[in-house]
Design a protein around this ligand. Structure first.
Ligand code: B1M
Length: 208
C-alpha cells in the first residue's frame, strides 16, 4: 500500500535515497505514477514552497528537498511518459544575457518541476533570440531571471523580441533587483518575488 505521506515527509526532509526507494516501491505495487507524483512528490514540494515563502525554511533546505524530488522524479519520469501523464505546461527558464547568476534560476526551475511543469533550462547569459526560439518550439511561459541592475534591460529586449517575432508565450520575470513596477514598465505579463511564487504566477499565466 503506497504511503504518499511518507514520500512527502521524506522529500521535505531531503532524504533522497528514501524518496527514491519509496517511489520505486509504490510503482512496483502498481500505484499510478500520476498519483505518486501528485500526492507524494508535488504535495511534499508545495509544503516546502509554502514554508520558503513564509521564511520558515531557507535556500539550503529547499535545495536539499529539490534533490530528493529529483531522485523520485528520475524513477517516475519514464513511467509518467508511458502512462501519458501530461505536464501542467511547458516553461523555458533562463538568466538573461550578460548575467551569470544561476542559483535563483535553478530554485525557480526546481519549484516549477516540483509543481508538475515541464521545464526547459536555457542556462545563463541567454540572448533574447534563444528565448524567442524556445517559445517558437512550444514553451508557453518564458521565465527570465536577472540579478544585476545592468542586465535588467535585457528583459525588455526579450519582451520586444517576442513582440517582433509575434510569439504567444507569456513572459514571467524575477530576480533580486526586479519589481512588479519594472514588470509593468516593460510589458512582461508576470512578476514573481521568489521561487515558490513563480509556480503560482506560471499557473495564472497559463490560463490568462
Ligand atoms: Co554577484 N552580484 N556578481 N555573483 N552576487 C550580486 C547580485 C550583488 C547584489 C552583490 C552586491 O554587490 N551586494 C551585485 C549586484 C548589484 C546590482 O546590480 N544591484 C553583484 C555583482 C555586482 C556581481 C558582479 C558584477 C561582481 C563583479 O564581478 N564585479 C559579477 C557579475 C557576473 C555576471 O553575472 N556577469 C558577479 C558574480 C557573482 C558570482 C559568479 C561570484 C556569484 C554567482 C554564482 C552563481 O549564481 N552560480 C555571485 C553571487 C553568488 C552573488 C550574491 C552574493 C548571491 C546571489 C544569489 O544566488 N542569491 C548576490 C548578493 C546577494 O544577493 N546577497 C550577488 C540567492 C538566490 C536564491 O537569490 O538569485 O535573488 P536570487 O533568487 C531568488 C529571487 O530573486 C527569485 O527567486 C529566488 C529564490 O526565491 N528569482 C526569481 C530569481 N530569479 C527568478 C525568476 C523568476 C521568478 C523569481 O521567474 C522567472
Amino acid at each position: 500500500m503506497a504511503d504518499f505521506n511518507k514520500i512527502s515527509e521524506m522529500l521535505q526532509k531531503g532524504k533522497a535515497k528514501d524518496v527514491e526507494a519509496l517511489v520505486k516501491q509504490a510503482a512496483d505495487e502498481g500505484v499510478p505514477p500520476g498519483d505518486i507524483l501528485g500526492k507524494g512528490l508535488i504535495a511534499g514540494m508545495s509544503i516546502v514552497g509554502d514554508k520558503f515563502k513564509k521564511n520558515q525554511v531557507y535556500v539550503p533546505e529547499v535545495l536539499i528537498a529539490a534533490r530528493a524530488m529529483h531522485a523520485g522524479l528520475k524513477v517516475l519520469e519514464p513511467l509518467l511518459a508511458k502512462a501519458g501523464v501530461k505536464p501542467l505546461g511547458v516553461v523555458a527558464v533562463g538568466t538573461v544575457k550578460n548575467d551569470l547568476h544561476d542559483i535563483g534560476k535553478n530554485l525557480v526551475i526546481m519549484m516549477l518541476k516540483g509543481a508538475g511543469f515541464q521545464v526547459i533550462d536555457l542556462g545563463i547569459d541567454v540572448p533574447a533570440e534563444k528565448f524567442v526560439k524556445a517559445a517558437q518550439d512550444g514553451a508557453q511561459v518564458l521565465g527570465l531571471s536577472a540579478l544585476l541592475t545592468t542586465t535588467m534591460p535585457q528583459m525588455k529586449s526579450v519582451v520586444d523580441a517576442c513582440k517582433s517575432a509575434n510569439v504567444k508565450a507569456k513572459i514571467m520575470i524575477g530576480g533580486a533587483p526586479v519589481t512588479q513596477a519594472y514588470c509593468d514598465e516593460i510589458g512582461a505579463q508576470g512578476y514573481a518575488p521568489d521561487a515558490a511564487s513563480a509556480v503560482d504566477v506560471a499557473k495564472k499565466l497559463l490560463v490568462a
